[in-house]
Design a protein around this ligand. Sequence first.
Ligand SMILES: Cc1cc2nc3c(=O)[nH]c(=O)nc-3n(C[C@H](O)[C@H](O)[C@H](O)COP(=O)(O)OP(=O)(O)OC[C@H]3O[C@@H](n4cnc5c(N)ncnc54)[C@H](O)[C@@H]3O)c2cc1C
Length: 391
Amino acid sequence: MDFSLTEEQTMLKDLVTRFVQDELLPLESTVLAREASGGGMAITDGERAKIDARAKELGLYGLDAPEEYSGSDLPTTTMVGVWEELSKTCVDYHFPPDSPNLRMLMQVCNEEQREKYLKPYARGELISSIGISEPGGGGDPAAMKTRAIEDGDDYVINGRKIWIGKAGYSDFTILMASTDPEKGARGGITAFLVDKGTPGFNVARKIPMIAGRFTYEIAIDDLRLPKTAVLGEIGNGYGPMQLRLSVRRVQMAAWACGKTRRALDMMREWVNQRRTFGSLLAEKQAIQWWIADAETKLHACRLMIYNTATKIDNGEQARTECSMIKVFATELAWEAIDHAMQSFGAMGMTKELPLQLMANHIRLMRIYEGPSEVHRMVIARNALKGRVVGL
Ligand SMILES: Cc1cc2nc3c(=O)[nH]c(=O)nc-3n(C[C@H](O)[C@H](O)[C@H](O)COP(=O)(O)OP(=O)(O)OC[C@H]3O[C@@H](n4cnc5c(N)ncnc54)[C@H](O)[C@@H]3O)c2cc1C
């Protein structure tokens, strides 16, 4: 059993490490000041254009997009290292396209949709969002109430979506709706492609979240879509949506590892120079145990993530594994960043260090793509049926 990264994976990881150092870390203090003054933590269009140009130049666009759409077709196992490195800063930047929606589109787009959505999306020319959650509940998407009713050659959709990232400005939204409430997740949920500005798809409000982020609430009032807007098969939207969620969960676990690593690196530098009560913080057992436990869990977490990514690359669903790593990694990062903040004393409570923004980002991650409790429920349900996870 070989646990080492390939030469290609190591080279790419190193390239992304340098990219983060050269392009993203220099922006960190600007982003922190912007967020501290209430301006949110997103980078500006001008900042993004410069970073995008450099990423393109280095061949970092479309890393996991198919080669036929100008991508590099890299497997999830290789993307893990990229995601981990990219998240070692609070500057929120991701190489286009966003992998989860890309994988969903790749799985179910028809020829026409490939041309209109998938190809430009894979080239990083379009921004997408996905509307699953509703005011009545997000943790249990099978119970969604947004209803699509067939009307001649069209579907007419009514309902409400909430907490949708990017929905206020994305070029298109993958909208999940119930086409058969009786069947629910087993044949009753359909995915639709909705272009920006389509009448009936109304951005009701922009919601400020912690970590300087925003989500959107969408009012869907008599949204009329042609049947050609159906993504995949009628009633069979739940499976491809789950694949999308699985990819995001691996990605989030890798992000959490990157943030844990950054917090531990900051902490190491600090405790090796700060003296209290006649000795370095690094010499106190309380601090050493925080570091020992976090390093041990980080190592375990990475092994779980690479194992899960390997299963996904081999065509397995690995849904329980995705639940496990999402919970484990986000809770590890939350604890490690908290300990790093504690070791910095009052300095750790400032908005001048990136730690608080990283912590709040992780806090969000314990909710989105499924709260920890729901993932624990999934793990327990399977375990109670004797379906245990192995290598
Ligand atoms: C920053 C952010 C971005 C998001 N982006 C998107 C997006 O782009 N698209 C989208 O569709 N959604 C998005 N969401 C929504 C997100 O996926 C949901 O918020 C999440 O699934 C939880 O749904 P809910 O908020 O309705 O909580 P509920 O489902 O109402 O759950 C509330 C709480 O109840 C507890 N709970 C729920 N079920 C159980 C259980 N079975 N056992 C024990 N406890 C339980 C948990 O503690 C949970 O946190 C985003 C959310 C956030 C915070």
